[in-house]
Design a protein around this ligand. Sequence first.
Ligand code: UN1
Length: 507
Amino acid sequence: MTAQDARTPAAVARGALERIGAGDPFTSDGELVCRSPIDGSELGRLPAHRPVDVHDAVATAGAAFEQWRTTPAPVRGQLVRELGNLLREHKEDLGALVTVEAGKIRSEGLGEVQEMIDICDFAVGLSRQLHGLTIASERPGHRMMEQWHPLGVVGVITAFNFPVAVWSWNTAVALACGDPVVWKPSEKSLLTALACQALLEEAARRVDAPAGLSQVLLGGADVGEALVDHRDVALLSATGSTRMGRQVAPRVAGRLGRYLLELGGNNAAIVTPSADLDLTVRGIVFSAVGTAGQRCTSLRRLIVHHSIRDEVVQRLRAAYETLPIGSPLEEGTLVGPLIDEASATAFGAALEAARADGGKVVTGGGAHDGVAGDGHYVQPAVVDMPEQTEIVRAETFAPILYVMGYDDLDEAIALHNGVEQGLSASIFTRDVREAERFLSAAGSDCGISNVNIGPSGAEIGGAFGGEKATGGGRESGSDAWKAYMRRATNTVNYSDELPLAQGVEFG
Ligand code: UN1
């Protein structure tokens, strides 16, 4: 960062918000207190929306939909392009806000904004590629085809750990598809949400798009629930814990709405005897320790062939012991804070449970108290486990890497798939047969499976999401856009006859 590095998180946030054009949104007596996990300091206070505001926001979005759904898709794409331009312009400031509010190191804060820019590029292209099939009709003089139409209001609920990228995955694609968005961000990342909203409003002004295409609702669970239950929210896209997904899914299904869930991960990597260990260790450390283990894609389980287990553990120990832990505002830091005290408590409790199961903490596991203020910093831990016990099968949103051994690949794959979550996966190997087995139908059961890359850090372009308790949703890339549109099958008779399908005769 520049000279502002030396300033407090609050000063960094205020400067960034001002330059982005979100002004000074704070009131002194708002119920929502924004804090930085860097030092626990207060950034400001904002008034909360109430469940009744959800109704107004959805109604306003519904009015915008009337106009937006008939705006040609490539014209809709111009709004997304303008948003991408503004994000390029404000990358530094928005990245700094992510650092201040989510505690990500500078490079990861900027990377998150880059991910937004990338999805905007993707969605602009998509706005000229929305397409349906033409299907051969069995009836002479008939044409059968599919059209994809805008769906309606999309409700988006996001988590603290990717406070802006996940909103943009949904919003860039939804807008290109013709849908307005009503967003309920995490209560821990309200400032980044206000900044995104300001940028989108500016983009809309520049291209003369209807007002109300994007709205933000700041508040707690009651606001989220009102959005989930609203009958005019056609698609509810929610990112968060599996526990949250288990509440959201039946409520949306109960009103026969659509949902798209991106829930917990408990991602593993298999390391085979042929792996390039230099590359493997680098890949493991980034995925296990990056974002202080607070990505849904973070690496949490390592399944290593017995013949190289000791060597891999020793190399990891050496790498972990030199990790710079500290304030993410400082240059060179690789491990920032956990989001709050509850996360630090969960980190400690998981390690205790692992020890009770016979686990041996090889490195880390303690608190790191080198940062002034009230942040929650921990030393990332590697834990050698005798087997995959209950605590290993649970997702603890903190930097703990459990190591287990295996003898043959089938056993490794069984261990790999032996958890309820199914988000992302990787294998480190130079053996093409092992790699292909891992990617085959009898291999990894995850939505994302990689070879010689850790499970985190997916790029835009591929569909993002996972199976089983991860919720089954797919976002951002590939044909994930189909979730944001409705499919109409059309049959056109251009003959003078009325032949019926299936050879039915009727009078
Ligand atoms: C998340 O943690 O919710 O693949 C999203 C990654 C990022 C996105 C993570 N591109 O790690």
